[in-house]
Design a binder for this molecule. Sequence first.
Ligand SMILES: Nc1ccnc(=O)[nH]1
Length: 186
Amino acid sequence: MLPLQIHLTLPPWIGDVADTNRRYHSDEERVGLAIELSRHNVERGGGGPFGAAVFNSHSGRLVAVGVNRVLPQSCSVAHAEMMTIMIAQQRLSRHRMNEDGGHYVLASSSQPCCQCYGATVWAGVDELLIGARAQDVEELTEFDEGPLPADWVGELQRRGIAVRRDILREQAREVLAAYGASGQPY
Ligand SMILES: Nc1ccnc(=O)[nH]1
Protein backbone atom coordinates (compact mmCIF):
# COMPACT_ATOMS: atom_id res chain seq x y z
CA MET A 1 0.00 0.00 0.00
CA LEU A 2 1.46 3.34 -1.03
CA PRO A 3 1.00 6.28 1.33
CA LEU A 4 -2.01 8.52 0.61
CA GLN A 5 -1.29 11.51 2.77
CA ILE A 6 1.34 13.76 4.31
CA HIS A 7 1.26 15.10 7.83
CA LEU A 8 3.24 18.23 8.72
CA THR A 9 3.14 19.78 12.18
CA LEU A 10 4.56 22.69 14.16
CA PRO A 11 6.21 22.17 17.55
CA PRO A 12 3.95 22.46 20.63
CA TRP A 13 5.78 25.55 22.03
CA ILE A 14 4.55 27.70 19.12
CA GLY A 15 1.59 28.91 21.20
CA ASP A 16 3.98 30.31 23.86
CA VAL A 17 5.65 32.60 21.30
CA ALA A 18 2.84 33.66 18.96
CA ASP A 19 0.07 35.64 20.67
CA THR A 20 -3.20 35.29 18.78
CA ASN A 21 -4.80 38.08 20.83
CA ARG A 22 -2.14 40.61 19.95
CA ARG A 23 -2.29 43.00 17.00
CA TYR A 24 0.95 43.26 15.07
CA HIS A 25 0.82 46.56 13.21
CA SER A 26 4.38 47.64 12.32
CA ASP A 27 6.85 45.91 10.00
CA GLU A 28 9.17 45.58 13.02
CA GLU A 29 6.54 43.83 15.16
CA ARG A 30 5.78 41.45 12.30
CA VAL A 31 9.35 40.51 11.42
CA GLY A 32 10.15 40.60 15.15
CA LEU A 33 7.74 37.71 15.69
CA ALA A 34 9.28 35.76 12.79
CA ILE A 35 12.74 36.24 14.34
CA GLU A 36 11.46 35.24 17.80
CA LEU A 37 10.09 32.02 16.26
CA SER A 38 13.43 31.36 14.55
CA ARG A 39 15.26 31.87 17.86
CA HIS A 40 13.02 29.40 19.70
CA ASN A 41 13.41 26.88 16.87
CA VAL A 42 17.18 26.94 17.44
CA GLU A 43 17.09 27.07 21.25
CA ARG A 44 14.49 24.35 21.70
CA GLY A 45 16.16 22.29 18.98
CA GLY A 46 14.76 20.45 16.06
CA GLY A 47 14.75 22.72 13.08
CA GLY A 48 16.71 25.32 11.15
CA PRO A 49 17.01 28.96 12.28
CA PHE A 50 14.02 30.25 10.34
CA GLY A 51 10.59 31.56 11.32
CA ALA A 52 7.73 33.20 9.45
CA ALA A 53 4.23 34.54 9.97
CA VAL A 54 1.24 35.66 7.90
CA PHE A 55 -0.80 38.65 9.08
CA ASN A 56 -3.95 40.34 7.97
CA SER A 57 -2.44 43.72 7.25
CA HIS A 58 -5.43 45.86 8.16
CA SER A 59 -6.36 44.21 11.46
CA GLY A 60 -2.79 43.30 12.41
CA ARG A 61 -4.03 39.87 13.43
CA LEU A 62 -2.04 36.69 13.00
CA VAL A 63 -3.36 34.23 10.43
CA ALA A 64 -0.62 31.61 10.80
CA VAL A 65 2.97 31.09 11.87
CA GLY A 66 5.64 28.60 10.94
CA VAL A 67 9.17 27.44 11.62
CA ASN A 68 11.60 25.31 9.66
CA ARG A 69 10.72 21.61 10.10
CA VAL A 70 12.96 20.06 7.43
CA LEU A 71 15.00 17.80 9.72
CA PRO A 72 12.33 16.71 12.23
CA GLN A 73 9.91 15.83 9.45
CA SER A 74 12.37 14.55 6.81
CA CYS A 75 10.85 17.01 4.38
CA SER A 76 12.91 19.33 2.21
CA VAL A 77 9.95 21.60 1.49
CA ALA A 78 9.17 22.20 5.18
CA HIS A 79 10.79 25.64 5.28
CA ALA A 80 9.35 28.23 7.67
CA GLU A 81 7.71 30.17 4.83
CA MET A 82 6.14 27.06 3.25
CA MET A 83 4.77 25.84 6.59
CA THR A 84 3.30 29.28 7.27
CA ILE A 85 1.74 29.70 3.84
CA MET A 86 0.26 26.19 3.85
CA ILE A 87 -1.23 26.56 7.33
CA ALA A 88 -2.63 30.02 6.49
CA GLN A 89 -4.27 28.66 3.33
CA GLN A 90 -5.82 25.73 5.23
CA ARG A 91 -7.12 28.11 7.86
CA LEU A 92 -8.62 30.45 5.23
CA SER A 93 -9.82 27.57 3.01
CA ARG A 94 -8.31 29.36 0.00
CA HIS A 95 -5.17 28.68 -2.02
CA ARG A 96 -4.90 32.39 -2.96
CA MET A 97 -5.14 34.15 0.37
CA ASN A 98 -6.07 37.63 -0.84
CA GLU A 99 -8.88 36.41 -3.07
CA ASP A 100 -11.31 37.75 -0.44
CA GLY A 101 -10.09 41.29 -1.13
CA GLY A 102 -8.08 41.28 2.11
CA HIS A 103 -4.45 42.33 2.34
CA TYR A 104 -2.02 39.66 3.55
CA VAL A 105 1.56 40.06 4.71
CA LEU A 106 4.21 37.34 4.87
CA ALA A 107 7.00 38.20 7.31
CA SER A 108 10.14 36.06 7.28
CA SER A 109 13.19 36.08 9.53
CA SER A 110 15.39 35.59 6.45
CA GLN A 111 15.06 36.17 2.75
CA PRO A 112 13.06 33.34 1.15
CA CYS A 113 15.10 30.73 -0.71
CA CYS A 114 14.26 29.94 -4.36
CA GLN A 115 11.56 27.42 -3.33
CA CYS A 116 9.74 29.80 -0.97
CA TYR A 117 10.18 32.68 -3.38
CA GLY A 118 8.30 30.61 -5.96
CA ALA A 119 5.60 29.68 -3.46
CA THR A 120 5.12 33.34 -2.54
CA VAL A 121 4.23 34.20 -6.14
CA TRP A 122 1.11 31.98 -6.07
CA ALA A 123 0.03 32.32 -2.45
CA GLY A 124 -2.00 35.51 -2.62
CA VAL A 125 0.47 37.56 -0.59
CA ASP A 126 0.43 41.37 -0.91
CA GLU A 127 3.57 42.22 1.04
CA LEU A 128 6.78 40.37 1.84
CA LEU A 129 8.77 41.59 4.86
CA ILE A 130 12.30 40.24 5.31
CA GLY A 131 14.83 40.34 8.17
CA ALA A 132 18.22 38.92 7.14
CA ARG A 133 19.46 38.87 3.54
CA ALA A 134 20.43 35.72 1.61
CA GLN A 135 24.05 36.83 1.90
CA ASP A 136 23.67 36.80 5.72
CA VAL A 137 22.30 33.24 5.60
CA GLU A 138 25.19 32.07 3.44
CA GLU A 139 27.82 33.99 5.44
CA LEU A 140 26.67 32.79 8.89
CA THR A 141 25.40 29.26 8.14
CA GLU A 142 25.87 26.58 5.50
CA PHE A 143 22.33 26.84 4.14
CA ASP A 144 22.07 27.32 0.38
CA GLU A 145 19.40 29.81 -0.68
CA GLY A 146 19.41 28.56 -4.27
CA PRO A 147 19.19 30.51 -7.55
CA LEU A 148 16.83 33.49 -7.71
CA PRO A 149 16.06 35.72 -10.70
CA ALA A 150 18.53 38.64 -10.82
CA ASP A 151 15.68 41.10 -10.29
CA TRP A 152 13.69 38.98 -7.83
CA VAL A 153 12.33 42.02 -5.98
CA GLY A 154 11.14 43.59 -9.25
CA GLU A 155 9.53 40.31 -10.37
CA LEU A 156 7.44 40.25 -7.17
CA GLN A 157 6.58 43.94 -7.40
CA ARG A 158 5.38 43.49 -10.99
CA ARG A 159 2.98 40.87 -9.61
CA GLY A 160 1.65 43.27 -7.01
CA ILE A 161 3.75 42.02 -4.09
CA ALA A 162 5.57 44.79 -2.21
CA VAL A 163 8.95 43.82 -0.74
CA ARG A 164 10.64 45.42 2.26
CA ARG A 165 14.03 44.19 3.42
CA ASP A 166 16.55 44.63 6.25
CA ILE A 167 13.85 44.85 8.94
CA LEU A 168 15.59 44.07 12.28
CA ARG A 169 18.37 42.60 10.15
CA GLU A 170 20.91 42.58 13.00
CA GLN A 171 18.55 40.61 15.28
CA ALA A 172 17.91 38.12 12.49
CA ARG A 173 21.65 37.77 11.88
CA GLU A 174 22.21 36.96 15.58
CA VAL A 175 19.98 33.87 15.36
CA LEU A 176 21.70 32.71 12.18
CA ALA A 177 25.09 33.19 13.84
CA ALA A 178 23.97 31.21 16.91
CA TYR A 179 22.90 28.33 14.68
CA GLY A 180 26.11 28.51 12.66
CA ALA A 181 28.18 28.35 15.87
CA SER A 182 26.13 25.52 17.42
CA GLY A 183 27.37 22.79 15.12
CA GLN A 184 23.80 21.69 14.34
CA PRO A 185 23.29 19.97 10.97
CA TYR A 186 22.04 21.33 7.65
N1 LIG B 1 14.67 31.35 4.23
C1 LIG B 1 14.79 30.05 4.60
C2 LIG B 1 15.89 29.32 4.23
C3 LIG B 1 15.99 28.00 4.65
N2 LIG B 1 15.01 27.46 5.39
C4 LIG B 1 13.91 28.18 5.75
O1 LIG B 1 13.02 27.67 6.45
N3 LIG B 1 13.83 29.47 5.35
